[in-house]
Ligand binder design. Structure first.
Ligand code: 13P
Ligand code: SF4
Length: 350
């Protein structure tokens, strides 16, 4: 779509300056340098999106991994999977644009059945969510009938509908520890399953954790050698990792947690350097929101998160195409909602 709205030079200059105040801090984005001309070049789009949002009563929910111009230019809420599912649950908006990946938008639709939920790019999958089907899960469940089925939120609505309780990286350990059953069938992240085993052992909680074979294509690539090399180069370094990483990487870290918890840890910690073993979008957020701190290289890009763009957000807001609209069978949606509601009941409230 060609730009449909016109703005005055003053409006464009003011928008460019607003964008620059945040984006000037982003250094980890090797593809672009944010300065006044680059901010001025995207100002027509962010102004148009923000005007379209008002006209349609829409909100934009953005995961911390998407491009910084989305986070600081047009998002109404930004955060981790748990925070965004709560934001969707609380929302009254008739239209939700989910700048993240499809399973997150499905979760918003499960929680807001009356809203129209759209995705800028319907190809924004996730190697974890795409690793297991409902049929595969039904087979696993039949092998372990006494197990409680716990699904990581990085799963399809159909897998959630087959599960007893959903968890996110922010509450997985507390919820698993609280469940009365000893045997847990955890899907779809094999590496997170190993991290759960370690944490349950550390807490002295007796659980048997079975899992399927999915991995996050971004987080599985981080290595202990990378951590050792960074520690040797940067004395006093703190290593902060996501629980989708391998057990070896998690074991070599100073802190393991969800993207929201990783941000909290950095905010609360004084250290000369931080190595963030996660998607680069989170480092961009920290550079903006914690400008006094030093982040050494090492993050990676999620190709799915990076399918989101301002252009696609503008287009989907202006006129969503059918494949951009999340639709779910009503019975499946209700069953998936039960598993997410169970998470809200069990999750710690702080
Ligand atoms: P968070 O819920 O920690 O943001 O994780 C989402 C995700 O996809 C990590 O790869
Ligand atoms: Fe999925 Fe990994 Fe991308 Fe997160 S970073 S959306 S888990 S592929």
């Amino acid at each position: 779509l060609a730009a449909r709205m016109t703005f005055t030079e003053q409006e464009l200059d003011a928008e460019a300056e607003r964008l620059l105040r945040a984006l000037m801090h982003v250094e980890c984005d090797a593809r672009r340098q944010w300065n006044l001309p680059t901010c001025r070049s995207i100002a027509p789009l962010t102004l148009e999106i923000n005007r379209l949002k008002k006209e349609k009563g829409a909100i934009i929910l953005a995961h911390s991994y998407v491009e910084p111009e989305i986070i600081y230019g047009v998002a109404d809420a930004k955060g981790d999977s748990y925070f965004l599912s709560l934001a969707a649950k609380k929302s009254q908006a008739p239209l939700i644009v989910f700048a993240g990946v499809v399973f997150m938008a499905e979760t918003a639709k499960i929680l807001c059945p009356d809203a129209t939920v759209v995705v800028p790019d319907h190809g924004s999958g996730c190697s974890l969510a795409d690793s297991i089907t409902a049929e595969h899960l039904r087979k696993l469940k039949s092998l372990y009938p006494d197990a409680v089925t716990v699904c990581y939120i990085n799963s399809t609505a159909a897998v959630k509908a087959e599960s007893d309780v959903c968890v996110t990286s922010g509450n997985v350990y507390d919820i698993v520890a609280k469940l009365p059953q000893r045997r847990i069938l955890f899907v779809p992240d094999r590496l997170m399953a190993q991290n759960i085993r370690t944490e349950m052992k550390r807490r002295g909680v007796d659980k048997e954790i079975l899992s399927s074979d999915g991995t996050c294509m971004v987080h599985e690539e981080f290595t202990v050698a990378q951590i050792a090399e960074a520690r040797a180069r940067f004395p006093g370094l703190k290593v902060v990792v996501h629980p989708e990483c391998t057990a070896e990487v998690a074991g070599a870290a100073d802190f393991v947690g969800s993207t929201g918890a990783m941000m909290k840890y950095v905010r609360a910690t004084t250290a000369p350097y931080f190595l963030m073993l996660t998607e680069c979008g989170l480092v961009g957020r920290l550079e903006v929101e914690e400008p006094g701190k030093n982040f050494v290289g090492g993050c990676r890009l999620c190709p799915y998160m990076k399918l989101n763009s301002l252009e696609k957000i503008r287009d989907v807001l202006a006129a969503p195409r059918p494949h951009q609209v999340v639709t779910l069978d009503d019975d499946l949606r209700r069953r998936a909602a039960r598993c997410i509601e169970r998470m809200f009941e069990l999750a710690p409230t702080d």
